[in-house]
Ligand binder design. Structure first.
Ligand SMILES: *[C@@H]1O[C@H](CO)[C@@H](O)[C@H](O)[C@H]1NC(C)=O
Ligand SMILES: *[C@@H]1O[C@H](CO)[C@@H](O)[C@H](O)[C@H]1NC(C)=O
Ligand SMILES: *[C@@H]1O[C@H](CO)[C@@H](O)[C@H](O)[C@H]1NC(C)=O
Ligand SMILES: *[C@@H]1O[C@H](CO)[C@@H](O)[C@H](O)[C@H]1NC(C)=O
Ligand SMILES: *[C@@H]1O[C@H](CO)[C@@H](O)[C@H](O)[C@H]1NC(C)=O
Ligand SMILES: *[C@@H]1O[C@H](CO)[C@@H](O)[C@H](O)[C@H]1NC(C)=O
Ligand SMILES: *[C@@H]1O[C@H](CO)[C@@H](O)[C@H](O)[C@H]1NC(C)=O
Ligand SMILES: *[C@@H]1O[C@H](CO)[C@@H](O)[C@H](O)[C@H]1NC(C)=O
Ligand SMILES: *[C@@H]1O[C@H](CO)[C@@H](O)[C@H](O)[C@H]1NC(C)=O
Ligand SMILES: *[C@@H]1O[C@H](CO)[C@@H](O)[C@H](O)[C@H]1NC(C)=O
Ligand SMILES: *[C@@H]1O[C@H](CO)[C@@H](O)[C@H](O)[C@H]1NC(C)=O
Ligand SMILES: *[C@@H]1O[C@H](CO)[C@@H](O)[C@H](O)[C@H]1NC(C)=O
Length: 423
């Protein structure tokens, strides 16, 4: 069920980006300097959707940020109680302004301003009003660690005011409060590039003549890579785990001020594993820079059966307004027998709380009775056994078919042979 729709949304997203990339200009590069120091640098593409009044109603136009855009004189590196800001001017008096703020760890765009000139009749034909319109928004998704470059290929749309005017950014690389004159090599990748998000993006009701509406489809992160996470206790491996992990969490994103759902793969390359083992309990700890996850297993020494009894999770992501944590100590998953491993190649979901679940892929664990560094005999999950039935049925059907053809051939051969003899 899920894989198809995931693939589909990925395709739609790729198509959307490809469409933008082909039909519009390349990313624009701009920078703000003061003396010899560069404080803001950006490579970005943007698309403006503006709704304006004409004599018989309203009309919407979609305008890409042109290559001919330049850095406006109101740009500044800040200081004297002014915020660093980037103003990009284009066409007949249009401009896009981004102003930044920072704390010790992060910087963000805290004010996005669009100014457009309705007197420009090439861009806004038949506008019933003239003059400059200025709209602004206080929150954008542009947020990154200090001394890192913000990178976001995915489209992200900001609504300005209530009139359906939007700015969609894509293919963005940008840094403010720069330590050097070039974009930092360390990057903060936006969550949309890593994950699915289901927040409702603003859509505009556009007349049929307009070329584009703005509702980019978020992507799925694909299947997670499989990690190897053993636990050793006094030089002895006591727990073995190999699996791909995908986190599914729902939390309040502070830049958006809305609830978002994120699907994030745990990258084994950035994950450290530790843990502890006891007679009847074993715990695996997985830590990423901003994420902690633990799995607790218990062994019933009467029955010699084990299971996953607890998961605890915490995360402090850049766009979280507060630490996210989810604990459940009364789970009942991954049943196995002492000395054997539990295996599930199929995707399996471990529900922890309504706001948090984990999807496991190609999982094999053995929390007790590990002998050396090898998994014991595997006990397969029901899902795998069900999946195994399909090839068996197909194989049996094929074998049956071959048998029927063979018999038919032999009978046919015997008949024609017999016929030949009688002539
Ligand atoms: C700016 O650069 C010029 C020439 O590259 C150099 O002479 C000058 O000292 C620099 N100024 C500062 C403040 O670094
Ligand atoms: C408004 O007028 C334009 C041309 O003058 C026409 O193409 C458009 O369909 C009209 N829209 C409405 C809502 O009548
Ligand atoms: C707005 O556009 C009109 C027509 O192109 C132009 O004459 C005017 O100077 C523009 N306004 C600004 C502030 O650039
Ligand atoms: C953004 O900045 C402009 C110019 O400084 C200001 O007029 C506007 O009120 C600000 N908007 C928000 C939402 O803070
Ligand atoms: C950022 O880089 C500058 C210069 O390399 C350094 O002085 C500063 O401490 C760094 N800040 C952070 C938060 O890493
Ligand atoms: C990237 O960040 C890491 C840790 O935050 C730091 O150790 C490293 O020096 C940074 N690399 C560059 C090229 O700034
Ligand atoms: C653990 O293993 C290392 C090398 O494999 C060895 O040097 C060390 O003495 C061992 N420690 C204990 C407590 O057995
Ligand atoms: C993530 O969790 C939500 C809520 O439990 C669920 O509706 C959704 O299908 C899950 N998505 C994935 C990819 O597991
Ligand atoms: C976030 O949204 C709530 C209601 O939706 C509102 O009361 C609150 O002021 C908003 N906070 C910010 C920082 O915009
Ligand atoms: C992890 O590292 C391996 C080897 O360096 C690399 O092939 C793989 O793509 C990396 N995986 C991720 C998700 O970055
Ligand atoms: C072990 O399993 C048996 C049989 O299911 C049960 O009666 C017993 O309470 C379990 N022991 C523990 C410590 O959970
Ligand atoms: C993860 O655990 C470590 C060690 O207990 C702690 O220092 C860190 O703050 C935790 N991180 C999160 C995101 O909870």
């Amino acid at each position: 069920m899920a894989p198809n729709s995931k693939k589909h949304s990925q395709l739609v997203k790729i198509a959307f980006i490809a469409f933008l990339g082909v039909s519009l200009a390349q990313a624009l590069t701009v920078e703000v300097k003061e003396g010899n120091t560069t404080c803001i640098k950006a490579e970005l593409s943007a698309l403006f959707s503006v709704v304006y009044s004409v004599s018989n109603g309203t009309r919407m136009v979609s305008v890409p940020l042109p290559d001919s855009a330049t850095v406006g004189s109101s740009s500044s590196c800040g200081g004297d109680s002014r915020a660093p800001s980037l103003a990009i001017t284009f066409g007949s008096g249009h401009s896009l302004g981004l102003s930044f703020s920072s704390d010790d760890n992060q910087y963000k765009v805290n004010n996005l301003t669009l100014e457009y000139n309705l007197s420009d009749s090439t861009t806004f034909p038949e506008s019933s009003t003239t003059g400059l319109v200025t709209l602004s928004a206080a929150s954008t998704e542009i947020l990154a660690g200090i001394n890192t470059t913000y990178r976001c290929a995915s489209p992200s749309t900001v609504s300005l005011g209530e009139g359906g005017v939007t700015v969609t950014f894509y293919n963005v690389r940008m840094e403010a409060y720069m330590p050097g004159t070039d974009l930092s090599l360390n990057e903060t990748i936006c969550t949309a590039d890593q994950t699915v998000s289901t927040e409702v993006l603003p859509t505009t009701t556009a007349p049929k003549t307009s070329t584009m509406t703005t509702a980019p489809v978020p992507a799925s992160p694909g299947n997670p890579e499989r990690g190897n996470y053993p636990v050793t206790n006094r030089n002895v491996t006591c727990l073995l785990a190999r699996m791909g992990l995908q986190l599914n969490l729902t939390y309040t994103s502070s830049p958006l001020n809305t609830t978002v759902q994120q699907i994030v793969n745990l990258n084994p390359n950035h994950t450290t594993n530790t843990g502890s083992c006891d007679q009847n309990s074993a715990t695996l700890w997985l830590m990423e820079e901003r994420t902690n996850l633990s799995f607790s297993f218990v062994l019933n020494s009467t029955t010699n059966k084990y299971h996953l009894s607890g998961i605890s999770f915490s995360a402090v992501w850049p766009d979280m307004s507060e630490r996210f944590s989810a604990n459940n100590g009364s789970l009942d998953y991954l049943h196995g027998t002492l000395g054997r491993s539990y295996m599930c190649s199929a995707e399996q979901t471990l529900f922890v709380l309504t706001s948090f679940s984990i999807n496991t892929f190609e999982l094999q664990v053995q929390p007790f009775g590990v002998n050396g560094d090898q998994f014991g005999a595997a006990e397969e999950c029901q899902l795998d056994e069900d999946n195994m039935l399909i090839p068996i049925i197909v194989g049996a059907a094929l074998a049956g078919l071959v048998l029927i053809v063979l018999i038919a051939y032999l009978i046919g051969r015997k008949r024609s042979h017999a016929g030949y003899q009688t002539i």
